[in-house]
Structure formats: structure tokens, C-alpha cells
Design a protein around this ligand. Structure first.
Ligand code: UD1
Ligand code: UDP
Length: 376
């Protein structure tokens, strides 16, 4: 039983759902919490996944406790009637941790995909660092995307035989999607693609950046737009009204800024492949952009994804307005710096993570065996 609820979980769970559905070994019951509504449905539609159960928990401006309690309550009812051999949760959202806790309380083994990421700062990202640590405590099988994440789990005394290095399924999703070159539904984006102009692709949503820091991001973007007339900034705005209220006011009237609704995954990955530079606080985008050779400036003070920083394609720059303006300018005008960062690297996966995941679950349940790990 895969359980998920937000856009990034849906993208990263989709390859696993497909692999489970294609396997003779499992019956797969897909449960979504609906923590995100439109952004979740957009992904399920793209991958042709029709959830069996939808808890419909999203509320406007929902609280973390609300997400947690509505998910656990909803799953409690489901597990009484529909008791799976195992559940699989993904990553570090509140849906995933609530799903893990609810299953654990029912004595159902928890499989954790994307296990072992650590920023080592419990307050950043908030609440994700706490969420992922809690999920690790109650999981029976830990699917670490990389050797670094496996090592983090070992350091916390997780038994080595319960860890499998799979790669991240986001790379499976990316590789099956980006090559399709889907048309943009917004004609402005199709025109932009044809124009050959340089694109700065921006996404932002993190809770710890909301408020003053995000207003600064908006001001930085307005300054970059004004000083770089040959550049177009593309900002697919997260659905969260708190994010929109902080970032968008500073951008009103800027001619070379295109603000869109969240792009369907196929369109977003095409925009990623067209972008010159990526500016983001997203976890998933930090994993995808390096494999397309795009320099990524990460608007965070720390990251639980150090692999691409080490490889030199990701730079942590925080949310200071001056620093954002300076670092974007440097990438636009210093060719040596740009070339040093614009390397295609794949530290997060090779496209076979879902296959390894399903083989590891088969072994956990005594109906199959693991296959070779990622990076071996
Ligand atoms: C959530 C996750 C975060 C993940 C992010 C991905 C938690 C605590 N946070 O944060 O880890 O990185 O998703 O985007 O689990 N909304 C809509 N429609 C949508 C989605 C959101 O209207 O499709 C609005 C609602 O008003 C909702 C608000 O956005 O209350 C915030 O959504 P929520 O899931 O609580 O937080 P995110 O910041 O999206
Ligand atoms: N994404 C998308 N459309 C958009 C913006 C992002 O499909 O308009 C995808 C992106 O490719 C990545 C995922 O959403 O796979 C990241 O989600 P998000 O930034 O919301 O969450 P995080 O990864 O930070 O948890």
C-alpha cells in the first residue's frame, strides 16, 4: 500500500506504483491523503494513476497538526478493513510520517523510500528534518537513495541488513518524462522556448523561508529582471497562498517575468531542460537539475542533499537579497564559473530505483530477492 499526499511524493512514488502494478507478486492499493489537492492530482493524471482511496484531508492554510491528525485518523479506519502486508511512504512530508506512524501502530511493516537524508539541523528544513528522523525510527526497510544517506542511517545504528541503496526514484520519473518534450499549455512559454532567450527558472515554497525571507526573494527577482533585460524569469508559483502573498507583489509589472500556475510535471521538466540557471529551495529540483547539467542556486542555509554540492553543480546561497542578486549575476556573466557548474552529474540515481525498491519489498515479505544496489 503506497501512501502519499503531496506533489513531490506523487512524482517519486509514481515509478514505484507502476513497478508494483506490473509485478505479479503484489496487489497494490494506492492511498492518497490529498494533503495537496490540485498539485497531487496533476501528477497522478500525468502518470495515469487512479488512487483506490483518497482521504481528502487538505484545508486552506492547513496546520501541521491538522495534516498529521486527519491522516492518522483516516488511515486508522482504512487499516481496520484493508490490512496491507506492508505500506510504503516516501520522503519527509507530514503525510509520509503520519502514514508511517499509523501503520506502525497497527503492526504493519513500514517501507521508507528516500530514507537517510539529514541536514543535521532539526529546525531546517522544518518540519521535514524531524519528519524523516521519526519515520526512520518506525521503518522496517530503509531505501536509501545514495551511499551518503545509507551512511547517515548506519551512524544512527540502523541495522545494515535493513538498508538498501536504490537511487532516487525522482531520476526514474525524470528520465521517463523529460524526453517527451510535451507542449506548454501556456502560449507565453511556447513563445519563450522558440525565442532562445536565456531563462532563469525559479521555485520557492519552504516553510522556513516564508514571510520576510520570501519577500526578499521577490525583491531580488525584481532587481534581476530590471538589470538583465535579455533574461526571462519563469516562476511557476506554488499553490500555497502564503508563498504567493510574499513573492508576487514585488514582481507586478515586470515585463521579463512570467509567473505561472504550477506546471504539470512534463512541462516543468521541459522548462528545466531549457533553463540557463535554476534558483530554488526545492528538494526535488535540486536532484533533477544536476542530471540535466543545469547550475542550481539553492536558497537555503543547509541541505540534506550534499551530493550535488560536492559535485559542484549546486551552490547553497541562502535567502539574502543581495547574495541572490550577486550569485545569479555571476552565473550570467562569468563564463568560467558557469561552465564549472554546468556539468551533467547523476549522484541521485540511474533510473532503476523503482525496480530495486520493489525487489527489496519482495525480499522483506519473503517472496523474492534484492537486486544489485545503486552505485555498485
Ligand atoms: C508540503 C510539505 C513539504 C513539501 C511541499 C512540496 C509538509 C509539512 N510539507 O509543503 O515537505 O516540500 O509540500 O510542495 O508536509 N495548496 C493548495 N493546493 C495544492 C497544494 C497546496 O491550495 O495543490 C495550499 C493549501 O492552502 C494548503 C497550503 O497550500 O493548506 C499548504 O500546503 P501544505 O501541504 O500544508 O504545505 P506545503 O508548503 O505545500
Ligand atoms: N515541479 C512540477 N511543477 C512545478 C514545479 C515543480 O512538476 O511547477 C516538480 C519538480 O520537477 C520536482 C517536484 O515538483 O520533481 C518538487 O516539488 P516541490 O518543490 O513542491 O517539493 P520538494 O521537492 O521541495 O519537497
Amino acid at each position: 500500500m503506497p501512501i502519499y499526499g503531496t506533489r513531490p511524493e506523487a512524482i517519486k512514488m509514481a515509478p514505484i506504483v507502476k513497478e508494483l502494478e506490473n509485478s505479479d507478486l503484489f496487489d497494490c492499493t494506492v492511498v492518497v491523503t490529498g494533503q495537496h489537492r490540485e498539485m497531487l492530482d496533476q501528477v497522478n493524471d500525468l502518470f495515469d494513476i487512479v488512487p483506490d482511496i483518497d482521504l481528502q484531508i487538505m484545508r486552506p492554510n492547513q496546520s501541521l497538526s491538522g495534516i498529521m491528525t486527519r491522516t492518522i485518523d483516516g488511515l486508522d479506519e482504512i487499516f481496520k478493513e484493508n490490512r496491507p502486508a506492508a505500506v510504503i511512504v516516501q520522503g519527509d512530508t507530514t503525510t509520509s510520517t503520519a502514514g508511517a506512524i499509523a501503520a506502525f501502530y497497527h503492526g504493519i511493516p513500514v517501507v521508507h523510500a528516500e530514507a537517510g537524508l539529514r541536514s543535521f539541523n532539526i529546525l531546517s528544513p522544518f518540519p521535514e528534518e524531524a519528519n524523516r528522523k521519526i519515520t526512520s525510527q518506525v521503518s522496517a526497510l530503509h531505501l536509501a537513495p545514495t551511499g551518503v544517506s545509507k551512511q547517515n542511517l548506519l551512524t544512527e545504528n540502523t541495522a545494515e541488513e535493513d538498508i538498501v541503496v536504490t537511487g532516487n526514484t525522482v531520476i526514474d520519473a525524470l528520465l521517463t518524462t523529460v524526453g517527451k518534450k510535451v507542449p506548454f499549455s501556456d502560449p507565453q512559454l511556447e513563445e519563450l522556448a522558440a525565442s532562445g532567450r536565456r531563462i532563469l527558472l525559479v521555485t520557492t515554497h519552504r516553510r522556513e523561508n516564508q514571510g520576510g525571507a520570501m519577500q526578499g526573494v521577490g525583491r531580488a527577482l525584481a532587481r534581476i529582471a530590471a538589470s538583465e533585460p535579455d533574461l526571462t524569469i519563469v516562476l511557476p508559483a506554488h499553490k500555497n497562498p502564503v508563498v504567493r502573498e510574499a513573492v508576487l507583489p514585488a514582481l507586478e509589472g515586470a515585463g521579463n517575468v512570467i509567473v505561472t500556475e504550477p506546471l504539470a510535471y512534463g512541462e516543468f521538466t521541459r522548462m528545466l531542460s531549457l533553463a540557463h540557471v535554476v534558483l530554488t529551495d526545492s528538494g526535488g529540483v535540486q536532484e533533477e537539475a544536476p542530471s540535466l547539467g543545469k547550475p542550481v542556486l539553492v536558497m537555503r542555509e543547509n541541505t540534506e542533499r550534499p551530493e550535488a554540492v560536492t559535485a559542484g553543480t549546486v551552490l547553497l546561497i541562502g535567502t539574502d537579497e543581495e547574495r541572490i542578486v550577486g550569485e545569479v549575476g555571476r552565473l550570467l556573466h562569468d563564463d568560467a564559473h558557469f561552465n564549472a557548474m554546468a556539468n551533467a552529474v547523476n549522484p541521485y540515481g540511474d533510473g532503476r530505483a523503482a525496480q530495486r525498491t520493489v525487489a527489496a519489498i519482495a525480499e522483506l515479505l519473503g517472496v523474492g530477492q534484492r537486486i544489485d544496489e545503486f552505485g555498485n
